[in-house]
Design a protein around this ligand. Structure first.
Ligand code: NAD
Length: 358
């Protein structure tokens, strides 16, 4: 079977880390007898430099012709907020999510056993382990609602952002969470603010309907403020957390911090049909670009998510994750995760070590 993958290297460290993930995918192909082919897609600041816009015409079509998309990162100070929208890399990110219909963002937060010391929480909390999946609604809610700013007669300027959710939007993200929980430890925690917000009360009623349908999955409601506390107090209690766009934005960053380094965490964004998009949670790290210092593990683990969720190759995904753990267990570190006294390895070498471990 041949799997066709669109590669968006992007800017900064993006091309280097994507290159390592491709090496690992090819090693998986060799070991398990699959073939992967790649199509390079131009997007981000590099596209602005090459053709004048960050999201060239045909970008979505090129991706849709593939089975999955692997993105490094886009952006950098060269294409800052003083530039027109069509030249800014962030515009391309929003456009591709919209064009591919990517409404579900999956972010696992896993504390890798070899890096327990990087966890900023109490040692006994780290010892209990962290392995949660944050499922964030990505195309609705307050980030996409109507905005307004107007003059009031007596209070100066006033601004509003509308948070809206439909049953359809809630149900489709809810189903994602329950289906994922079935593949994991069978528990869904739905996060809302139903004691205050009408959108949250609708969210909760839809989730309760789904919880009855998926009666084999354990279910709980968690208020967002409590969830923020629980993630630092006892993150090991969570399996799948599902929540709306803004709550998910904040909670997923919080969850990633408790696992240590930004360079280790992958993500997936999915819609109802292929292709899904896989990318590390970090940005283009312009401060270390081109210096062979970037940690490629988040991108390699994003490729593992691609194997599992887009190609249904679980054994292959497990093998990649095991190879990463094996290399970390053996003490190899890139500079971002190197403990004092450890001589770090570069991006290329880390990629080679993971291939060798496979
Ligand atoms: P960043 O994630 O790029 O970097 C934050 C810090 O983490 C930096 O010190 C960086 O060196 C370090 N870092 C990040 N990834 C690393 C890795 N793999 N290995 C080692 N160290 C790593 O965030 P930022 O500095 O706020 O943003 C830089 C640019 O990236 C901006 O233009 C931003 O808009 C863009 N960005 C893009 C995406 C995306 O493409 N999805 C996401 C976030 C930020």
């Amino acid at each position: 079977m041949n799997y066709k993958i669109a590669l968006i290297g992007g800017d900064g460290i993006g091309p280097d880390i994507v290159k390592q993930a491709v090496k690992v995918l090819n090693a998986v192909g060799e070991k398990f007898g699959h073939s992967f082919s790649y199509v390079d897609v131009l997007m981000g600041g590099c596209a602005t430099d090459a053709v004048g816009v960050s999201y060239p015409e045909g970008t979505a079509e090129a991706c849709k012709a593939c089975d999955a998309v692997l993105l490094g990162a886009v952006g950098g100070p060269k294409w800052g907020s003083d530039k027109p929208a069509q030249q800014r890399p962030e515009t391309a990110l929003l456009a591709i999510r919209k064009d591919l219909g990517l409404y579900a963002n999956l972010r696992p937060a896993v504390l890798r056993p070899a890096l327990k010391d990087a966890c900023p929480l109490k040692r006994e909390t780290a010892e209990r382990g962290i392995d949660l999946m944050m499922v964030r609604e990505l195309t609705g809610g307050v980030y996409f609602g109507k905005r307004d700013k107007y003059q009031t007669p007596d209070k100066g300027l006033e601004a509003t952002d509308l948070m809206a959710y439909s049953e359809m939007e809630i149900e489709r993200i809810g189903r994602r969470a329950f289906e994922l929980a079935r593949l994991r430890r069978g528990k869904v925690s739905s996060v809302d603010k139903a004691n205050v917000l009408e959108t949250s009360r609708l969210w909760r009623s839809v989730m309760h309907r789904l919880a009855e349908e998926y009666s084999d999955v354990a279910y709980e409601d968690v208020l967002v403020d409590n969830c923020a506390m629980q993630i630092v107090k006892d993150p090991g209690q969570f399996d799948v957390i599902v929540t709306e766009n803004m709550f998910g934005d904040i909670l997923s960053d919080e969850a990633s911090m408790v696992t240590g380094s930004i360079g280790l965490l992958p993500s997936a964004s999915m819609g109802d049909s292929a292709p899904a998009l896989y990318e590390p949670i970090h940005g283009s790290a312009p401060d270390i670009a081109g210096q062979d210092k970037a940690n490629p593990i988040a991108t390699i683990l994003s490729a593992a998510m691609m194997l599992r969720y887009s190609f249904h190759l679980s054994a292959e995904a497990d093998a990649v994750e095991r190879a990463v753990d094996q290399v970390l267990d053996a003490g190899w570190r890139t500079p971002d995760i190197a403990e004092p006294g450890v001589t770090p390895v570069g991006t290329e070498k880390m990629g080679d070590l993971i291939c060798a471990a496979l």
